[in-house]
Design a protein around this ligand. Structure first.
Ligand SMILES: NC(=O)c1ccc[n+]([C@@H]2O[C@H](COP(=O)([O-])OP(=O)(O)OC[C@H]3O[C@@H](n4cnc5c(N)ncnc54)[C@H](O)[C@@H]3O)[C@@H](O)[C@H]2O)c1
Length: 261
């Protein structure tokens, strides 16, 4: 029996990268996964693959910057299955690599909408169902950059730090309803997001990333997915309000210095 047998899960940004790996792992562990994304072609093809493998999965278009899309995503899952056990607020974008004084207001507001307001809205629409059921697990995707500094990523780090702070607050508030809320802080993970950062900033960044991680490499999306499955599962029934770092030791090393870049 899978670790998430019979559970209903929603993953935002599930068509690619870490969200794709989480959706794959959760469905493999027996969850019915509602994969959501703005990349409809990739998301729908992924769900077809999951169904072909005998898994329960649906694709729902959801731009996490849009309030109505998040409300509709959660309503779709609950209307179809009658419940919601797991919400993974994963979707985010990387806008950075510049000093804060070069960031425009438009870039700031876009980043906050996709990376932070989305988490507020996901929780806002999911929590009433989880409270009603007296059962639920929310996993918010934070980042090592919410813990430590890196030149050029002030806004991104600010959003991720806020995700961790909100996670702790909500864990306290909704623990009495048996709703657990945790976050994960990945180190550098091999995903399209980082392929884009390398394309924008250059190969020297990729070499620096490897050196920064004591484990001697960057991580794989599947390694983050394992953490998400654990936090979502009943095995983590006494775990709430934590930030689980999956970072190859990045946050505990002084190697995280600009000289390496
Ligand atoms: N890759 C890393 O090194 C790393 C490190 C720390 C934290 N994270 C976090 O992990 C999460 C996933 O990152 P990733 O590297 O897999 O990203 P990615 O860019 O590789 O994939 C993100 C997915 O989200 C989707 N997406 C983008 N904007 C969206 C929107 N507005 N609404 C819905 N979906 C949208 C994309 O289409 C894509 O499928 C993010 O929260 C990111 O901040 C990533």
């Amino acid at each position: 029996m899978g670790r998430l047998e019979g559970k209903i899960a929603i993953v935002t940004g599930g068509a690619d990268g870490i969200g794709h790996a989480i959706s794959e792992a959760m469905s493999r562990e027996g969850a019915h996964v509602f994969v959501s994304d703005i990349n409809d072609a990739k998301g729908a093809a992924f769900v077809e693959y999951l169904r072909g493998a005998g898994r329960q999965a649906d694709y729902v278009h959801c731009d996490v910057a849009e309030d109505r899309d998040i409300a509709a995503l959660i309503a779709t899952a609950v209307d179809k299955t009658g419940r919601l056990d797991i919400l993974v607020n994963n979707a985010a974008i990387a806008i950075g690599g510049m000093p804060v004084y070069e960031m425009t207001d438009e870039q700031w507001h876009r980043l906050i909408a996709v990376n932070l307001t989305s988490v507020f809205r996901g929780c806002k629409y999911a929590l009433p169902h989880m409270i009603r059921q007296k059962h639920g697990s929310i996993v918010n995707m934070a980042s090592a950059q919410g813990h430590i500094g890196l030149d050029g990523w002030t806004a991104y780090a600010g959003a991720k730090g806020a995700v961790m702070a909100m996670t702790r607050q909500m864990a306290v508030e909704f623990g009495p309803h048996n709703v657990r809320i945790n976050s994960i802080s990945p180190g550098t993970i091999n995903t399209p997001m980082n392929e884009q950062v390398i394309a924008d900033l250059g190969q020297h960044v990729a070499r620096a990333w490897v050196k920064m991680h004591p484990i001697g490499r960057i991580g794989n999306p599947e390694e983050v997915a394992e953490a998400a499955v654990y936090l979502a599962s009943d095995a983590a029934g006494f775990t709430t309000g934590i930030d689980l770092r999956v970072d190859g030791g990045l946050c505990v090393t002084p190697r995280f210095v600009p000289d390496l870049v």
